[in-house]
Design a protein around this ligand. Structure first.
Ligand code: VG1
Ligand code: CO
Length: 550
């Protein structure tokens, strides 16, 4: 066993996006591609901050969503870590850890940081995608300053430090040695489950299952399965089979673990059947996102966040009330109305969980959410799929009300924010960039302009100044805001690996209870036509409509 120094050449394009570096498996498996990125990360961590903060002698957490290349990547990263002065790695058994579990382990064990191997909802398998992201000592995604520093380093990295020791046994719990580094293989669920026990009324949930409350959780053959099984079935007594597609598979069994009504079609069908369960939910590839459903009823993520905020005091972990709430800019303003009613601070951040970290750390907010089926709280520094499922279960148990009743009551009190996201996937990068550039150029001329009954009151490219550290993130999405509160937002995705994806977000508010039951796409058709008029999406992409509308 020896630590080697081997020469390497930089790869272009190793810049992390919305959530880590994601590329096709064929790209990641090129010799030294993963090695270069991890070496660059370690170099930056060594150089960052004071002596006490540097990587030497520290503990890192490591695990992934189990997709293809996960096990190989874990072995490579361990050998790099051992050669780069890391003292200890807490590794999820078989290389498995969900994103929220990594966050929980970092926080509970006070680790220096963690590496998550996931491309989340992106397809898995040899033809699919792979990804890697770094989480800091607070348990949350690395800030932009760090990811940019890592990117800069990947452009000049010339040397790898790596051990030539044999592979460790990923499936055996307990301590193993790799050079001077300890590898502690841990159960992936234990720490996470302990956090959930602190937040929710497990006795109440046990009682619900005993009385026959029926739940279907679709883990979509991704990493959420073992967590949901351990907590819902083993600990809370839900019947075996409550969690379906519960085995993490390297290619997700061909499913697309993006929890929305289009990709979780099987779950939607079950929830619409005559014999539908009381409650349904799905999670994404790394189990940080969730979709929740009642019988014959889908909850939008924006409404989910608003209802959680409104009812938080009914949940043991939040019975003292919330410090504040935050949502990403494209997320509907439903939560803003609740925050106003409860006199809570409400923050609007760019897309991506990394922007919530400072607000959570500074005690400004307790709950956060995104329109993309992500919700979470101060319990970790990631969005958390199973947490959201347990929250909604606890809420139903505490109120004795169904999902549909809860949401309809909410609309009656606060009004309904009709909301949809149209994704135009796989469009040419040049066409997508040109669209954004052209719409951006039109922005100064838009305020005051009328579109039918609506008038534009604000047209800008969202720029965020972090209230905690003062950092500025520009060009975070083009938004048109209207005099009736409606919004149209254009943004390019930062998680894809092929071509570009345009996301069009549409929202309008409806206070009239008699008007709150329209089909969503119909309720927003006028705004979709308006967006088309402004941006000419069809002409530019040659597409007749979005590939996904949820
Ligand atoms: C998407 C979502 C965003 C989410 C991100 C990572 O990003 O829109 O809300 O935070 O995925 O989630 P983008 O840049 O493609 O719009 V996950 O679950 O993929 O880590
Ligand atoms: Co995810």
């Amino acid at each position: 066993m020896a630590i080697q120094t081997i020469p390497t050449q930089p790869f272009a394009g190793q810049r992390p996006g919305t959530s880590g570096l994601r590329k096709k498996v064929a790209v990641f498996t090129q010799p030294r591609y993963l090695e270069n990125f991890v070496q660059a990360l370690f170099d930056v961590l060594h150089a960052s901050g004071s002596e006490a903060q540097a990587l030497n002698g520290q503990t890192l957490v490591l695990g992934g969503d189990g997709r293809f290349y996960n096990r190989t990547a874990v072995q490579i990263i361990l050998k790099l870590a051992a050669a780069n002065g890391v003292a200890r790695v807490l590794l999820g058994r078989s290389g498995i850890l969900s994103t929220p579990a990594v966050s929980a382990v970092i926080r509970r064990r006070q680790a220096f940081g963690g590496i998550v191997l996931s491309a989340s909802h992106n397809p898995g398998g040899p033809e699919g995608d792979f990804g890697i992201k770094y989480n800091a000592g607070n348990g949350g995604p690395a800030k932009e300053t760090l990811t940019e520093a890592v990117y800069a380093r990947t452009q000049v990295v010339r040397e790898l430090r790596i051990s030539d020791a044999p592979d460790i046994d990923l499936d055996r719990l307990g301590l193993q040695q790799l050079e001077h580094m300890q590898v502690d293989v841990i159960d992936p669920v234990t720490d996470y489950a302990a956090v959930m026990r602190e937040l929710f009324d497990f006795e109440l949930l046990r009682g619900m299952f005993q009385r026959g409350f029926r739940v279907r959780v679709d883990a979509m053959n991704a990493v959420g399965g073992p967590y949901a099984r351990a907590i819902l079935e083993s600990e809370l007594g839900a019947p075996t089979g409550t969690v379906v597609h519960a085995e993490p598979l390297e290619d997700f069994g061909g499913l697309h673990p993006d929890p929305n009504p289009v990709n979780a079609e099987d779950l939607i069908n079950h929830m619409q059947g005559l014999d539908a369960p009381d409650f349904g939910a799905a999670m994404d590839g790394d189990a940080d996102r969730n979709m929740v459903l009642g019988r014959h009823f889908v909850v939008t993520p924006s409404d989910s966040l608003a209802l959680m905020t409104a009812h938080a005091r009914l949940i043991p972990g939040y019975q003292g009330g919330l410090l504040g709430v935050a949502r990403s800019m494209p997320t509907s303003a439903a939560v803003d109305r609740v925050a106003r009613a409860l006199d809570l601070p409400c923050f609007e951040t760019p897309t991506g969980w990394k922007f919530f970290g400072n607000l959570l750390d500074a005690g400004c907010v307790s709950l956060c959410g995104e329109e993309s089926y992500g919700t979470g709280s101060s319990h970790v520094r990631e969005k958390d799929g199973l947490w959201a499922i347990l929250f909604w279960l606890n809420l139903q148990g505490a109120t004795g009300k169904s999902v549909e009743t809860l949401v309809r009551e909410h609309w009656r009190v606060h009004g309904r924010n009709y909301y949809t996201r149209h994704d135009y996937e796989g469009i040419a990068v040049d066409a997508a960039n040109a669209l954004m550039t052209d719409v951006r150029a039109e922005l100064p001329a838009l305020p005051g302009r009328r579109f039918g009954s609506r008038q534009v009151v604000l047209a800008d490219d969202f720029s965020y100044t972090d209230p905690v550290d003062g950092s500025v993130s520009g060009q975070q999405g083009i938004r048109l805001m209207f005099d009736d509160g409606a919004r149209v937002i254009f943004r390019l995705s930062g998680t894809g690996t092929e071509g570009a994806t345009l996301r069009l977000y549409l929202e309008r508010y409806e206070a009239d209870v008699a008007q709150q039951d329209q089909p969503v796409q119909q309720a927003l058709a006028e705004l979709a036509a308006l967006a088309e008029q402004v941006a000419g999406i069809r002409g530019r992409t040659g597409m007749t409509g979005p590939t996904v509308a949820t």
